[in-house]
Design a protein around this ligand. Structure first.
Ligand code: DC
Length: 662
């Protein structure tokens, strides 16, 4: 299946509802390995179904482990038949994608067991360091060779003879996964003496080590932690299946929804947004993210099996910024880099050195993409500082995601800002959360659009202005964009059938709105746009597909909080297909001709009712028969014939429909 190139996110004013989280990646892959190595059968309900867990499942199967069922099949959760300490497959060539949670622990387990194995991954995996783990294992007699650059996968593992005469030493300041990998695998040695592991350098990401210890305990191995410096695996430890273990929801994935519930508060709609599957008793360090949000001014509620994000604390208009030590929440901290755009003061994320060796160099990636939005950003080896972005400084951007699921998920939150956000390669979320964008869309509240389409002189303009004023929303008279392009073409003497040049004019239209007037190149052209000459030129160029395409972005950019009333010909059918209410306004040609006639006479323009009727019918035909965005009611539009009712009554009808919808 090909992955979509990009996803355009509508601007948001809130997020509310509830989301069941997918299983935790960190827990899922640790449990799969432990269950595979243990004695007995382990059932794992809630196991995550994603690229990273599939990589681990395939590797374990290749090593001869029997696993019944598939993750994601709720009535039949996966059942792992433990190998009791020795894989049946003594030789295998394993492809492990970009899953750090598979490569590191499998390297340790296979090196300790010995055999003939190769471990490979995607090119990025071959840039992610593993030397500290290999050094620790080689020092006790394991046989591991680098097949490429020393210090990095791919690796070849042979039959070594691990000896435990002195403590193992492992560095803890690059990735805590090296220590976790050792702790998960060393019980395989069934040693009759205590096994000591000494950490060198300051241990980072401690909550992930805590998670490892908690899961080992479920398999009967109680590791003693000596102040994060030294760990002891007691003599006689063996991994024994606990039978059945429910996998918690993913706390890192929760961070996007918890943040969304808060950011909605900036538009007056802060949650409540409840995530199901994690709570205060979670063994995952990233639940601390919710506490960090609370310290920054967010309001959270905690219950059994859930956390709910309820916007901001009373009296707060924004999150505070500040200096945040992120060592305990390395993954969820990425979410803070985006919420920082909406804070009241700069946010400095400290202790994030491990970002450099993740799916991508996340400090570099975050820095680059936040800058695209217009933000001021500074960064160093292990820190990132983000300044709040003022409303006027936001820029629409296409966000590159570096094949990093968290980049894609984090930047979905930028859609709370006043800019258009495009997420490139959104499918990269499959690494840990394949359904992310569907779940996000299900709780997101886009800026509402009320689309009013109809033929010429149907009274759309007047109606749209009334409705926009009543709701306090922005107004888009899309015909003005076609008229302004036509005027620009007439001024620059561009032929009205020169599609490429007209499309280029439209794409760079120097249009602005100020206090009810329309400016073109800084000059007030409000009256000129209404002339018959400009009107008929607009009608002619409006048939050109590339020009219409070029005006799309400009029209969509008008969708800003708190809402937009858009009038035109194709607002509900093409420009805003997700508009919450679509009205198709009509009246018979005779009625419309009468209205237009009166309007022209009142402007001192002399004409006859017959001429007006003929012009109007010609324009109707052209608008209805063109090849793109022909005038036609969207399927879900409500028809409204206003021949017999006045403007007030028409507006009241539309507002009544709106109230019923919302
Ligand atoms: O609504 P109006 O008369 O200002 O529009 C001017 C021309 O632009 C009209 O002939 C049709 C075209 N138009 C369009 O094709 N699509 C729109 N959404 C708005 C206007």
């Amino acid at each position: 299946m090909t992955r979509p190139e990009h996803l355009d996110l509508p601007p948001l004013i809130g997020a509310a509802g509830q989301v069941r989280l997918p299983g935790s990646k960190s827990i899922s892959n640790r449990l799969l390995l432990l269950a595979a190595l243990a004695e007995g059968v382990t059932e794992l309900p809630g196991l995550l179904d994603s690229d990273d867990t599939q990589v681990m499942l395939q590797a374990l199967r290749a090593l001869g482990v029997r696993i019944d069922g598939q993750p994601g099949d709720a009535p039949h959760p996966p059942r792992v038949h433990g190998c009791g300490g020795a894989f049946a497959g003594r030789a295998a060539d394993l492809f492990l994608g970009n899953a750090g949670t598979a490569v590191r622990p499998l390297t340790a387990a296979l090196a300790l067991l010995g055999g003939r194995y190769t471990l490979r991954g995607v090119p990025r995996m071959h840039q992610r360091p593993i030397g500290d783990l290999v050094d620790a294992l080689r020092a006790i007699g394991c046989a591991i060779d680098y097949l490429g650059e020393p210090g990095y996968p791919p690796l070849a593992i042979g039959a070594g003879r691990p000896q435990l005469r002195q403590p193992l030493r492992v560095r803890g300041d690059v990735s805590s996964q090296f220590l976790s990998a050792l702790l998960l695998s060393l019980p395989l040695l069934h040693a009759d003496q205590d096994i000591e592991v000494q950490v060198e350098g300051e241990l980072i990401s401690r909550p992930y080590v805590e998670l490892t210890l908690a899961l080992l305990a479920r398999f009967g191995v109680r590791v003693r932690n000596h102040a994060w410096q030294r760990f002891t695996i007691p003599a006689g430890s063996r991994l024994r299946s606990p039978g059945r273990l429910q996998v918690e929801g993913d706390a890192s994935s929760a961070s996007y929804f918890l943040a969304a519930g808060v950011l909605g508060a900036l538009h007056g709609q802060g949650g409540p947004l409840r995530v199901l599957g994690v709570d205060a008793s979670s063994m995952q360090g990233d639940v601390e993210f919710a506490r960090v949000l609370e310290r920054l001014g967010a309001r959270m509620q905690w219950g059994e099996g859930w956390i709910e994000s309820c916007g901001l604390q009373p009296g707060r208009a924004r999150l505070t910024g500040g200096d945040i030590d992120c060592r305990a929440i390395p993954d969820a901290a990425m979410t803070l880099a985006v919420t920082a755009l909406f804070a009241e003061a700069p946010t400095r994320l400290r202790g994030i050195g491990s970002w450099r060796v993740k799916e991508t160099d996340r400090i570099h990636a975050m820095h680059t993409e936040l800058r695209k939005l217009g933000a001021r950003v500074e960064s160093g080896d292990d820190w990132l500082q983000v300044w709040p972005l003022a409303e006027a400084d936001w820029r629409s951007a296409s966000i590159h995601t570096y094949d990093d699921h968290r980049m894609a998920m984090c930047f979905s939150l930028a859609s709370f800002g006043p800019a258009d956000i495009r997420i490139e390669d959104p499918g990269c979320v499959a690494k840990t959360f394949p359904a992310y964008f569907d779940r996000f869309a299900a709780v997101a509240r886009p800026v509402p659009v009320l689309a009013i389409d109809g033929p010429t002189a149907s009274g759309k303009g007047t109606l749209a202005a009334r409705v926009a004023a009543a709701l306090g929303w922005r107004l888009l008279d899309s015909g003005v964009l076609y008229r302004a392009t036509a005027l620009q073409a007439l001024r620059l003497q561009v032929a009205l059938d020169d599609e490429p040049r007209l499309a280029a004019l439209a794409a760079a239209l120097p249009i602005a709105w100020r206090e009810g007037t329309v400016l073109l190149d800084g000059q007030d052209v409000t009256r000129e746009l209404r002339s018959e000459q400009v009107g008929s030129a607009a009608s002619a160029i409006a048939t050109l597909p590339r020009l219409r395409q070029a005006l799309l972005a400009l029209q969509r950019a008008q969708r800003r909080a708190p809402g937009l009333v858009a009038d035109g010909r194709d607002m509900g059918s093409v420009v805003f297909p997700d508009a919450r209410l679509k009205v198709f306004l009509t009246a018979g040609p005779a009625t419309r001709a009468q209205r237009r006639y009166k309007q022209l006479i009142s402007q001192g323009i002399s004409t006859t009712i017959e001429t007006v009727l003929r012009d109007l019918q010609a324009r109707d035909t052209r608008d209805a028969s063109r090849s793109v965005a022909a005038l036609a009611a969207a399927q879900d539009a409500l028809p409204l014939d206003n021949a017999q009712i006045d403007v007030d009554a028409t507006a009241e009808r539309v507002l009544q429909w709106w109230r019923e919808r919302s």
